[in-house]
Design a protein around this ligand. Sequence first.
Ligand code: AVJ
Length: 322
Amino acid sequence: MPRGTLKAYLDYAPREEGFRAVALAGLARARKAIPCRFLYDQAGSELFEQICELPEYYVTRAETAILTAHAGEIAARIGSQARLIEFGSGASHKVRLLLNALDRPRSYVPIDISGETLHQAASSIASDFPALEVIAVCADYMNPGRLPALALRPGGRRVGFFPGSTIGNLTPDEAVEFLRGCRALLGQAGGMIVGADLKKDEGLLNAAYNDAAGVTARFTLNLLERMNRELDADFDRTRFAHEAFYNADAGRMEIYISSLMNQIVTVSGRRFMFANGERLHVEYSYKFSVEEFQALARRAGFRPVQCWTGSGLFGVYYLAVA
Ligand code: AVJ
């Protein structure tokens, strides 16, 4: 095997006609909704990168600070010669903090649906960590139970990595389902490192999703432009607004596109009515106390081992397969 190159690139991406079918079904519902994964086309991914730099959006900085400050302790928990599997690896930035701290990691398996980004990121990791076996898997990581067992179950201890509070996009029941799938993939001796946002002052939360520069609004409303580009839709984005607020009872941020007037929009030749003030749901972002998140992990068959919270804004959890 040549060192410093990708060992394998495996393509299990669904041959998606997906966006059109899912968007049309979501717009036809009594409560209109489109799943948040469709926010991340090229433009949306670039806008999300900008969100991560916003003064109000503490999430990425807080998690990176924790991974940086505690990389040694986290690496000690993971142990030597581990196989690291990242769910939704994107540009593979954060994992470098772990790889630098780990004792002789054996392999890194980034899983991401976005093939081009995945290939670039995995190749770059492979050349920067020549002793590491890098196996890139292009697939929908949200169904870990259905991932190709052979590629993902190489010998050695397997540890999952799921940073970024992406788990907060799922409802608690969905998150438990997801973690159960991970557990099956990781096997008996396995473990999991998960980043999940903490509950905190509502003012801070609302500011983080309603930034003064309006980047988050552009990110949300890009979904309308994506429908215009890809689904022959005729949304006028000036007739809609980004709306984000903390729902304290449910413990989550709720993000919507709301209609500023009564209007009819055409998508793929089908007409949809929006009433003034009607909302199209695009995202939940759940916030957990340490106890809540650890209870959720237990429901999924994990034993919470340790949690790092840094300055108290964010939680990084080490979970062992129970
Ligand atoms: C990428 C899901 C963690 O919920 O904070 C940021 C997405 N949406 N601002 C989050 C997001 C609006 C983000 N996650």
